[in-house]
Write a protein that binds this ligand. Structure first.
Ligand code: PCA
Length: 211
């Protein structure tokens, strides 16, 4: 399986982004059944998508799994959908601050993600991985990237699967909202994410069948 993993740079004046630290740890390990490529993206609307899409064209992954940081999250949030709205409460790292704008004119109001399948989320939770399904990736740059990737996959009918996981802050990391007590440690998130990727790569039939 070919998997393109993406992380975001720090934003909002912070010095770290948990998605970058966790992504780096995952990219530095070996998988038996996964050919993994990793990209670090600027927190800038459009640009983050364009960089990813360029890599999709050259690397030709089966799956893009994008990671982002969610201040205040107590578990790894497996996003289920993206909405067709840019409504940035703070400017992105390029100084853009769209308010209540469509991402894709005449695009669907929301698009469901295609990775990982529901069954896999249940299995991870049953194994004790701190994951939670989320039905809102927000209306900032993470949702923007997810929507554009899902829309791009539909538009090209490529069968490319797209998923997004929001990660809690790392212990000791400062965010716009505090890290809740009981949020997972970095090692737990790395192990959980590895397990998610491994289970997906090793599963056959239902889990990996493209629509
Ligand atoms: N989190 C932000 C953008 C980059 C990131 O890591 C978000 O949730 O939109």
């Amino acid at each position: 399986m070919r998997l393109l993993l993406t992380s975001f740079e720090p934003f909002a004046g912070l010095t770290q982004n948990s998605s970058l630290e966790i992504g780096k740890a995952i990219a530095g390990t070996r998988f038996d059944a996964v050919n993994l490529d990793w990209l670090v993206l600027p927190v800038v609307k459009d640009v983050c998508f364009e960089i990813t899409w360029k890599r999709v064209k050259s690397f030709k992954p089966d799956v893009v799994l994008a990671l982002g940081q969610a201040d205040g999250a107590a578990a790894m949030q497996i996003e289920q959908l993206a909405v067709n709205v840019n409504d940035f409460e703070i400017p992105d790292n390029g100084g853009n601050q769209p308010r209540h704008e469509c991402i894709v004119k005449n695009g669907p109001a929301a698009i469901f993600t295609s990775f990982p399948p529901k069954e896999l989320v249940c299995r991870l939770a049953a194994e004790g991985v701190p994951v939670k399904r989320s039905y809102s990736a927000g209306t900032y740059v993470c949702n923007h990237l997810l929507y554009r990737l899902l829309h791009g996959s539909r538009r090209t009918r490529s069968g490319l699967r797209v998923g997004f996981i929001h990660l809690p802050l790392l212990p000791g990391q400062r965010g716009r909202r505090p890290r809740p007590k009981g949020a997972p440690m970095a090692e737990t998130m790395v192990a959980g994410l590895r397990r998610c990727i491994e289970l997906y790569a090793n599963s056959s039939g239902e889990l990996t069948r493209r629509k």
